[in-house]
Design a protein. Sequence first.
Length: 308
Amino acid sequence: MEDNHTQNHDYEKHRHTHDHSNLSGKKIFWVTVLNAIITMTEIIGGILSGSLALLSDALHNLSDTIAIAMSYFANRLAQKARDEKRTYGYKRAEILAALVNATVLLALSALLIIEAIKRWQSPETINGLMMMIVAFVGLIANFISVFLLEKDSHNNLNIKSSYLHLISDAVSSIGVLIGGVAIQLWGIIWIDPLITALISIYIIRETWQIIKKTVNILMQSSAPLNYEAIKTEIEKMEKVKNIHHVHTWMSDEKTVYFEAHVEMEDMLLSEVCLITDKIEHLLKEKEGIYHVTLQAEVDKCCDKRLFK
C-alpha cells in the first residue's frame, strides 16, 4: 500500500490537473483593461451627448472595473504557497473578494432600480444617436469580456462575481442600445428604465446566491457531504468500530477539510496507519476531500455522536 505522503502527492497532482482557476488571472487582467476602456468611452460619450444615463452607467462600469481588478489581485494572492502566517494558504482571498464584489453589485442593482423608477416618473432627454454609438462600443467590449470569463465562472466564486458584473454591464449596454434606437426612431423613452429594472432584478437574484455561499464558507459551515453514507462506508472497514466528532469546513468553494475521531480495536500503531490510509483514500477519491485529519482511539470518548 502507498504511504500517506505518496497518496497526498498524487491527490495534489490530480487536483491541480482539474483546477483551472490559475488560468483566469491573465483573463481577468485583460477584462479589467477592456472595462476601463468602456468606462472612459461612456464618460466621454456622456459629456458630449449630455446624457445622464451614460454618465451614470459609466460610474457603474467604473465600480465594476475596480471590482474586477480586485478579483485579479485576489486570484494572484490565492495562489501563494502556505507559510508560517497562513498555514491554510491564501485561498480565502478570493472568497473575500467575491463577497465584496457581490455586495457592491447588490447595492448598485438596488440603486439602479430606484433610479429607473425616478426616470420612469421624470423622463430625461437623451441624444439617441450618441447613446447607440457608445452603447455599441461598450457591448462589443463586454461580450469579449464575458466570453473570456464564462468557462472559469462555473468553478470559481470570485470569478463568477466578476462575470456577473460583466453580464450586468453587457445587458445594460443592450438596454441602452435598444433605448437609443427607440428614442431616436420613435421617441419611446420609458423603455430604458424598464430594461434597467429587469436587469437589476436578475442580477440581485444571482448575486444573492454568491453572498450566501461566501458567508457560509467564511462562517466555516459544514461542507455539503453525505455524512451518513461516509459513516456507513468507514464503519464497514475491518477493525473500525465507530467514527464520531466529525468536523468539516472549506477554505474556498472547492477545498474541503475533514477531521474526525475513529474508534478502533486495540492494535499496533503500524496497523492503525494502514486503516487510516484506507479512510483517507476513501474520503479523497470518493468525496473529493482535500485534507483529512483522523484521531485514532480505543474506548476513549464517552459521547460517540457523529457531530459534537
